[in-house]
Ligand binder design. Structure first.
Ligand SMILES: *Cc1c(COP(=O)(O)O)cnc(C)c1O
Length: 385
């Protein structure tokens, strides 16, 4: 008997301890963690500097509310804006809240309610964000949805051109769809978005909840493209495990979020800011991001080599350390097999294995993962009936 709502299909593992890329379960079994709390622990578990900054802050003051000035907020906001196209930050506690803030800001700033999002996108589970999400299974049972969203096929410039007109307030996208199968936007599709932005003066919102904070090898995933978003939302990796989210917006939007327009009791509290500050000081360094890119290139090329004759693997894709291995079949049995061998990975849709190791993963750990994945995926294709 559990005292919890059964909203999650949980894995049969109880984690007792974690450090870096390693998880230790209650029986002492060690796992290589290529899930990282779902793209959250970008600096690995129990990162010494993040822990030290949080413990110091905990012993001074952990919460006061946004009635007070909080130095840490200015520091984190400076790091986020000086590494992106944005100029000001609103702090909240999660990805879905960051996207709710984005939806509100879009409506307030434009006076319009129509927002274009994409099929297979994922923006969160609260009413606004789930309405923005272009997946039926996320909507099921929760009607009526928030009004104003239209879904368009991702990477389809023709469909997007047809969907956009003067009534559209914003286009909202993930530059790499995370939950939806690790699908990256094409450069041509981003160009279409830029043309539509120019023509209709609409806002571009990039949901960087999964792709931000160094995950793709750049500070933000959109920086792989020629794109200057008006609004960027972040969460997952921002606090390396401490819950914190944020909306980063351009200067022209600042007056739309004036006093009383939006708020959050916990948003940007001193403890959250200590975690975010330590995280950003470490990740937003050219040398750190370059190292992520190099390790990722090594990993992808090795993986491609060992899987080239696999009958089940269709494609390897992604950037930095948000990687997908698309298979010809459902991947649940592979996830279990890898877990038994000591490697934790996720899925992204039924046929895609998703790898999200901490960005601090070592070459030795990558080599171990490559051999476990190779052993598991170099199997005969199961005939589908
Ligand atoms: C995880 C995720 C969210 C939701 O974040 P929560 O913190 O779970 O609310 C939103 N958008 C994207 C792209 C995500 O990956």
């Amino acid at each position: 008997m559990s005292y919890l709502f059964p909203t999650y299909n949980k894995w049969p593992i109880k984690v007792k301890e974690a450090f870096g890329t390693s998880l230790i379960d209650e029986h002492g079994k060690k796992y290589l963690d290529f899930v990282a709390g779902i793209a959250v622990c970008n600096l690995g578990h129990c990162h010494p500097y993040v822990n030290e900054m949080m413990i110091n802050q905990l012993n001074k003051v952990s919460h006061v509310s946004n009635l007070f000035h909080i130095d840490g907020q200015e520091e984190v906001a400076k790091a986020l804006t000086s590494n992106s196209s944005g100029d000001a930050v609103f702090f909240c506690n999660s990805g879905t809240e960051a996207n709710e803030a984005a939806i509100k800001l879009v409506r307030k700033a434009t006076g319009k309610k129509k927002i274009i999002t994409f099929y297979q996108s994922f923006h969160g589970r609260t009413m606004g964000s789930l309405s923005a999400t272009g997946q039926d299974k996320i909507h099921q049972g929760f009607a009526p949805l928030l009004d104003g969203f239209s879904y368009v096929p991702f990477n389809n410039s023709k469909a997007l051109n047809e969907a956009v007109n003067e009534d559209v307030a914003a286009i909202m996208l993930e530059v790499i769809q995370g939950e939806g199968g690790v699908h990256g936007a094409s450069a041509e599709f981003i160009e279409t978005i830029n043309q539509l932005k120019e023509k209709y003066n609409l806002l571009v919102v990039v949901d960087e909840v999964q792709t931000g904070i160094g995950r793709t090898g750049k500070a933000f995933g959109y920086q792989h493209y020629n794109l200057s978003p008006d609004i960027i939302t972040v969460a997952k990796g921002l606090g390396n495990g401490f819950p914190v989210g944020g909306l980063i917006g351009k200067a022209k939007l600042i007056e739309s979020f004036g006093p009383g327009s939006h708020g959050s009791t916990f948003g940007g509290n001193p403890l959250a800011m200590a975690a975010a500050n330590a995280t950003l000081q470490t990740i937003f360094q050219d040398s750190f991001l370059k190292d992520v890119e190099e390790k990722s290139n090594y990993f992808i090329s090795k993986l491609t080599e060992v899987l080239k004759d696999s009958e089940v693997v269709k494609e390897i894709r992604g950037k930095g350390f948000i990687l997908g291995i698309e298979c010809n079949q459902d991947v649940s049995s592979f996830i279990v097999a890898l877990r038994d061998k000591g490697l934790l990975v996720l899925n992204a849709g039924p046929n895609v294995l998703r790898l999200l190791p901490p960005l601090t993963v070592t070459y030795e750990e990558l080599d171990l993962a490559i051999s476990l994945i190779s052993n598991t995926l170099n199997v005969k294709l199961v005939e589908s009936k």
